[in-house]
Design a protein. Structure first.
Length: 182
């Protein structure tokens, strides 16, 4: 009886358990933070949250979806590639929505760093995920490293952007009232 061929995904199980757990925890933390700052929100600010807050949850959820997808016991890799490709296409479409929301909101004028971290780097990440998904069946070993890099990048994008938004809200948007003005 021939030995079963080991899936190239087997060696990635711990990596995606860690990434998936982090993404799920950070998603939950975003819900807590938004609940805590909900009293500061105005109706005008809801468009701004859609442009700068909600995408962080989407990036964390995309990382979680990638982790769950690559931990599933696939018989053939093209099935996983299909789901990852759809995730990438959805991510690209969502970044287009984020760009529109950013241009529509008037609470905050984005600077170059904002455009890079909120639009350009996520767009590159989701586009790379599409490419990696297409290559997964034919070149699984190097492609899995690329997918791993995209997943970590989405996690760090969400962390960076969440921190950036919270610092802005805490120190720029709502400064301490008794603090001397410069």
């Amino acid at each position: 009886m021939p030995e079963a061929v080991a899936s190239p995904l087997t060696g990635w199980a711990n990596f995606y358990v860690i990434i998936g757990s982090a993404a799920a925890a950070l998603t939950g933390l975003m819900f807590v933070v938004v609940t805590l700052i909900a009293g500061l929100r105005t109706h005008r600010g809801s468009v701004t949250i859609g442009a700068f807050g909600t995408p962080n949850v989407v990036h964390f959820c995309a990382a979680l979806l990638i982790a769950v997808t690559l931990n599933a016991p696939w018989q053939v890799l093209w099935n996983a590639g299909l789901i990852l490709g759809l995730c990438g296409v959805g991510g690209v479409a969502y970044i287009v929505i984020v760009i529109r929301r950013t241009l529509r909101q008037d609470d905050y004028k984005p600077v170059m760093e904002d455009w890079l971290w909120h639009m350009v780097i996520p767009l590159i990440s989701y586009t790379a995920l599409i490419v990696e998904a297409l290559l997964l069946s034919s070149h699984p070993v190097p492609t899995l490293f690329g997918i791993g890099a995209v997943t970590i990048l989405l996690l760090f994008i969400g962390i960076h952007n969440a921190w950036d938004s919270l610092i802005y809200i805490a120190f720029e948007r709502y400064p301490v009232e008794n603090e001397p003005q410069e």
